[in-house]
Design a protein around this ligand. Structure first.
Ligand code: BTN
Length: 329
């Protein structure tokens, strides 16, 4: 094993797999074909990067704490996915992970490539809005997908992403709901958003980038003043911080499960799950889209992912727009 970074990664993965158990230096060196001195060197290199590894004579090594960073070394051992995150591109700071992912997709990045950043200087939301992206608190990631779908069915993946994200958020102990098409709300405040961008050929999607932003550990007093009333985070909702690496890994595995299911069974199960997690259906809403404003009761989501609104004039179908709830729950 000649590449020291790779060996470090393997020592770490081995320690992570052992959980709370101690692993003897001998067991590690036998298993990985390294000398005891090399194991010691890798453990120290990991410590220098912020890993807390306990070493007790006659018992061995135990991983006690991983640094709060979403780098390859931290995330890779937690991933149980077959495609998502197989290629991982980590940045301490980037303009927008979506821009990087789009460039990589244009250059031929494989299905499942993930771009993740600790901070974004030009984080973007839907409809040209800014996505506040301070360092080290939240999750900003973009996934390159190459689905075998015609462009007319691309919207299905945006709803699918919100279902997967909502599942991961609920697993993290926060009872979130989805505002059409793909905002996650908790207690009426925004927790996460998804920005989908794509390139198409006439008859199929060439690539689709799902950009996912989740407020994870940002505190109320760290939110910009104008967001305080309308935004929240997992930590604010739970009253305690959430390990970002575990959460990011849970998002990617939920996303992959739903993508696999969608590839097998199509949109119906996604639509049913979306409806069950919806915070929009049955409520009075105002919808603003580029060409019209509508008011009425959000009645359903159809098999193309469009929102159906019962207005005074009848049932209207909306494919893209911004939903505002007219009454709190
Ligand atoms: C929205 O709700 O308006 C969508 C927000 C999407 C934000 C994420 S953060 C990672 C990715 N990079 C971006 O610039 N935007 C998305």
């Amino acid at each position: 094993m000649s590449d020291p970074a790779r060996s470090e990664e393997i020592v770490l993965a081995f320690l992570a797999e052992a959980g709370d158990e101690f692993l003897s230096g001998e067991a590690i060196s036998d298993k990985l074909g390294l000398s005891r001195a090399a194991v010691w060197k890798h453990v120290n290199a990991l410590r220098a990067q912020g890993y807390r590894i306990e070493a007790i004579p006659a018992r061995g090594y135990r991983l006690v704490e991983i640094p709060d960073r979403l780098g390859e070394l931290e995330l890779r051992p937690l991933l149980n996915t077959h495609d998502l995150g197989q290629a991982l591109h980590w940045f301490a700071e980037v303009g927008s992970t979506n821009d990087v992912a789009k460039r990589l997709a244009d250059e031929g990045a494989a299905h499942g490539a993930v771009v993740v950043a600790e901070a974004q200087t030009a984080g973007r939301g839907r409809r040209g809005r800014v996505w506040a992206s301070p360092a080290g608190r939240n999750v900003y990631l973009s996934v390159v997908l190459r689905p075998d779908l015609p462009p007319s069915r691309a919207a299905e993946l945006t709803l699918l992403a919100s279902v997967a994200l909502c599942q991961a958020v609920r697993q993290a102990g926060v009872p979130a709901g989805i505002k059409w098409p793909n905002d996650l709300l908790a207690g009426g405040r925004k927790l996460a958003g998804i920005l989908t961008e794509l390139a198409t050929d006439p008859d199929r999607v060439q690539w689709l980038v799902l950009g996912i932003g989740v407020n994870v550990n940002i505190r109320e007093d760290e939110l910009p003043g104008e967001l305080r009333a309308i935004a929240t985070s997992l930590a604010i909702e739970r009253g305690e911080s959430v390990p970002r690496t575990l959460f990011a890994a849970a998002v990617l595995s939920a996303l992959e499960e739903w993508l696999d299911r969608h590839a097998e069974e199509g949109f119906p199960p996604v639509r049913e799950a979306w409806k069950a997690m919806s915070d929009t259906l049955g409520r009075e809403v105002r919808v603003r889209s580029s060409d019209r404003n509508l008011e009425g009761v959000a009645e359903d989501v159809d098999d193309g992912g469009a929102l159906l609104i019962r207005t005074a004039a009848g049932l209207e179908r909306v494919l893209a727009g911004d939903v505002e709830m007219l009454r709190p729950r």
